[in-house]
Design a protein around this ligand. Structure first.
Ligand code: NDP
Length: 339
């Protein structure tokens, strides 16, 4: 069986906001799978904000994607041909891969999924990397106690939605920020946060202060920017700040205007004994079995809810990525590549 793989590659390094011409679709036939290899058809691909970082050169925790090469993602895929005795035609697997619709991979690189246990695409969201991020960032760094107040931005998104729900399971108050009234209504009414503030409201900082009458004990940093500025004065002594993402700055080409607020930040850290701790979820990958068990239980009990923002077709992956960075997604951003 000769299969042609369509692959999206990086054609140019985006300057500021990515544009469609920064990417290119290529097609190439795949070789037949050899011993130990498996031919896979991609069903789902995930889009995550960290991918913006791979498009730019400069110091980071991972190397930039070379021009002409494809970008990282995680895929859920179906086995079309198997030369590995551990996999049968029709098996569904999760695999770290590229922005493409077919691939040949070694069986040893695949994680088999049970389609009866959960919708397979949840391996890319609530039961996958974003879920792990929320769970481990709270467990190891945020450490919310019952009665404490936890604040998170991008609260209707893949990570933020879970941060607030997990915090509430532990007895904390959860206050979210999200872009617009519809997302905020969902965060409170569906996800059960105690409050959610529209990050675009002119009086956002005042509304946030009113929603946190006892201050903020854990700020799960996903956004940076105006939300960080509003939270900083509200942090209580000994507050913890898992620094997980700063999406407000991912398309920035220079530092923001205005007075240098570094002295304010340092004074706050010192005088309030604050803990800021950055992390990349891979650091805590050893917690995966514990996380899968906990999250599967919460989902089964209806204590954690999630929402997916699904776009059909590899052809629409680039526009969907650009939109996600602008907040156009409402829930975990997924590309359904094939039924
Ligand atoms: P989301 O599903 O939350 O999608 C991104 C959201 O960011 C948008 O929907 C938008 O939500 C919000 N956003 C966009 N621009 C801004 C802005 N200028 N200010 C505030 N919010 C903005 O993404 P994820 O949950 O996948 O990721 C959230 C963050 O977590 C990202 O920063 C990401 O890089 C980080 N992350 C870090 C990991 C790690 O290992 N450290 C692992 C996974 C994620 P809205 O319009 O509703 O505000």
């Amino acid at each position: 069986m000769t299969v042609t793989a369509r692959t999206i590659v990086l054609a140019a390094r985006p300057v500021g906001k990515p544009k469609p011409s920064d990417f290119r679709m290529e097609s190439a036939p795949l070789h037949d799978p050899g011993p130990g290899e498996v031919l896979l058809q991609v069903l789902w691909l995930t889009l995550d904000p960290y991918m913006r970082g791979r498009m730019s050169e400069g110091p980071s925790y991972a190397a930039a994607t070379e021009l002409g090469k494809s970008l990282p993602t995680e895929a859920v895929a179906r086995v079309l041909v198997s030369m590995d005795p551990g996999f049968q035609v029709g098996d569904v697997v999760a695999v770290h891969d590229l922005w493409r619709d077919h691939m040949i991979r070694k069986g040893s690189e695949l994680r088999k999924l049970d389609p009866l246990a959960a919708p397979v695409q949840t391996a890319l969201g609530v039961m996958g990397m974003p879920g792990m991020t929320a769970y481990t960032g709270l467990k190891h760094i945020g450490k919310p106690k019952a009665g404490e107040t936890v604040v998170v931005g991008a609260a209707s998104g893949a990570v933020g939605a879970l941060v607030g729900q997990i915090a509430r399971i532990g007895g904390a108050r959860a206050v979210g920020l999200a872009g617009g009234a519809e997302k905020c209504a969902y965060v409170v009414n569906e996800l059960g946060f105690d409050a959610c503030i529209d990050r675009n409201a002119p009086d956002m900082a005042a509304q946030l202060a009113a929603a946190c009458p006892k201050g903020v004990d854990v700020y799960f940093e996903l956004t940076g920017g105006a939300i960080f500025d509003a939270v900083l004065p509200l942090l209580n002594p000994f507050a913890r700040v898992p620094v997980c993402g700063t999406i407000a700055t991912y398309n920035a080409t220079s530092l923001p205007d205005g007075p240098d607020r570094t002295p304010l930040l340092l004074r706050s850290i010192l005088t309030k004994s604050l803990t800021f701790r950055g992390f990349i979820v891979g650091e805590f990958w050893g917690d995966a079995p514990e996380f899968y068990k906990a999250m599967a239980g919460w989902l089964a009990e209806g204590r954690v809810k999630y929402r997916e923002d699904v776009t059909d077709g590899l052809d629409r992956m680039v526009e969907t990525f650009i939109g996600m960075l602008e907040g156009r997604n409402f829930g975990k951003t997924l590309i359904r590549v094939a039924e």
